[in-house]
Design a protein around this ligand. Structure first.
Ligand code: AMP
Ligand code: ZN
Length: 461
């Protein structure tokens, strides 16, 4: 398998560091609010990666944190603790807030067929591990005390910036004028914060009562569960310049090793070509999409159509397109379920093409194209079996096609729709020759196709 490694900026051959087990750490949610569909894109990516590795025969040992303390409203070290802020606003304890949104979060996992990592660890259950980590960093001379906390001394760590390739001087010059002028370097970050009296969540430490900085939880918990160095670390691209640089700095300063061999990042989901934001009212949740009549798997299907390293633009037109396509997919799968018995000599070739795509930096859109082309073949039970095998990676519940499909009046036969869908896929891949050939073929069979930006319509000539 080959994956693009953010650390080396190259596609590299993947091999687990130890035996056949892949140890993978994924940055989890800060549970102060509902997760939105952008967050869910990052976890659908995590899930596809887990499924692809399992498809290739690896055993997974995945760990994901639940941030229930310490993530301030700014990724740098100022602002309020997001958990405390939500608790005060909703008149609940931070623990109640965390429990409530964690439950919603995993409900979305279930609806979207996202597999839960083997280890799910809460920050507040690991304060001791974090404190030990911070003490050890201080013993090695990497931490220093100020009046409001303990900070990591970036100037003592030679490799800072290796992940994002940032120019430290540029970053320092760009840093805001610091509120905290006790920091030795403006981009030094908090390992531990001293708690003001009114701070609800606080624990005893050798510096008095306090609470952890955000980054330390991932370093302490990944080390505890996966060791000093593991195979893959995932997250969204927003984590590259601060959170993951800081994780690497802390872990490497302590153990001498970069904590992960591969760093993989999912690009952002945008809405109507822009950022999702509460003030624009476009931070949709899976539950909201359901209320509007979209099954959660329509959103999963939409995500499967974009490579994880490409920005995905969410619009309701594209979600409508995904809904229609997924329904067609279920119809075609059902056609094969009732197809001819016996072997089908074409299956092996499709199987090979599918695997080539999946193992090439998780090219799921390519693999989906192979599925569509295969389903266009005459009805065959062997093809049905192969589609279910492929679905171990896609996670679209193709085995439940009968329950999932919404039966619409079939004006255009499934075979014709399959050719049209294949042409659409070819067009998306900019394979104009193939797209033209398929349009011609459709015409000869008595059908015309008309495209919009996000979908196509087939009608009789
Ligand atoms: P948070 O709860 O803010 O720590 O975010 C949880 C995960 O969602 C992280 O891996 C983020 O990188 C990711 N994420 C946040 N916003 C988006 C977005 N618009 N598109 C894709 N991933 C996102
Ligand atoms: Zn993290």
């Amino acid at each position: 398998m080959k994956f693009f490694n953010t650390l080396t900026r190259k596609k590299e051959e993947f091999q687990p560091l130890q035996g056949n087990t892949v140890r993978m750490y994924s940055c989890g949610p800060t549970v102060y609010n509902y997760a939105h569909i952008g967050n869910m894109r990052a976890y659908i990516f995590m899930d596809l990666l887990r499924r692809a590795l399992q498809y290739e025969g690896y055993k997974m040992k995945g760990a994901m944190n639940i941030t229930d303390v310490g993530h301030l409203t700014s990724d740098a070290d100022d602002g309020d603790d997001k958990m405390e802020k939500a608790a005060k606003e909703q008149k609940k304890t931070p623990y109640e807030i965390a429990a409530m949104y964690t439950e919603y979060f995993f409900a979305d996992f279930k609806k979207l067929n996202i597999g839960r990592p083997e280890i799910v660890c809460k920050a507040t259950d690991h304060i001791d591990d974090m404190l030990k980590f911070v003490y050890a960093l201080c013993d090695k001379g990497y931490g220093y005390e100020t009046s409001d906390g303990i900070y990591f001394d970036i100037d003592r760590f030679d490799h800072y910036g290796q992940l994002s390739g940032v120019n430290l001087e540029g970053q320092q010059a760009g840093a805001r004028v610091e509120v905290n002028d006790e920091k030795r370097n403006p981009i030094d970050f908090a390992l531990w914060k001293k708690a003001p009296k009114e701070h609800i969540m606080q624990w005893d430490s050798k510096w008095g009562m306090g609470y952890p900085g955000w980054h330390i939880e991932c370093s302490a918990m990944s080390r505890k569960y996966l060791g000093d160095q593991f195979d893959i670390h995932t997250g969204g691209v927003d984590h590259i310049p601060i959170h993951h640089e800081n994780e690497i700095a802390q872990s490497e300063a302590l153990t001498g090793k970069n904590p992960s061999k591969f760093w993989m990042h999912c690009e952002f989901l945008q809405v109507n070509g822009g950022k999702m934001s509460k003030s624009l009212g476009n931070c949709y949740t899976i539950a909201q999409l359901e209320e509007m009549g979209y099954a959660p798997l329509c959103y999963r299907y939409l995500c499967l159509n974009a490579h994880y390293r490409k920005t995905l633009n969410f619009t309701f037109e594209s979600l409508d397109g995904a809904k229609t396509s997924l329904n067609r997919l279920y119809q075609l799968v059902l056609k094969h379920k009732d197809g001819a018995d016996g072997e089908n000599e074409k299956v092996a070739e499709y199987d090979k093409q599918f695997e080539e795509n999946v193992t090439d930096d998780l090219n799921i859109p390519g693999a989906l194209g192979v599925l569509w082309t295969m389903l266009k073949e005459p009805a065959s039970k062997a093809i049905y079996a192969e589609a279910l095998k492929m679905d171990k990676v896609f996670g679209l519940s193709l085995d439940k096609a009968k329950e999932m499909v919404t039966v619409e009046e079939e004006l255009v036969p499934a075979e014709i729709m399959a050719i049209a869908e294949e042409r659409w896929q070819a067009k998306q891949a900019k394979d104009w020759t193939k797209a033209d050939e398929l349009r011609k073929k459709l015409f000869e069979l008595g059908y015309s196709v008309k495209d919009s930006k996000t979908d196509f319509k087939v009608s009789k000539n």
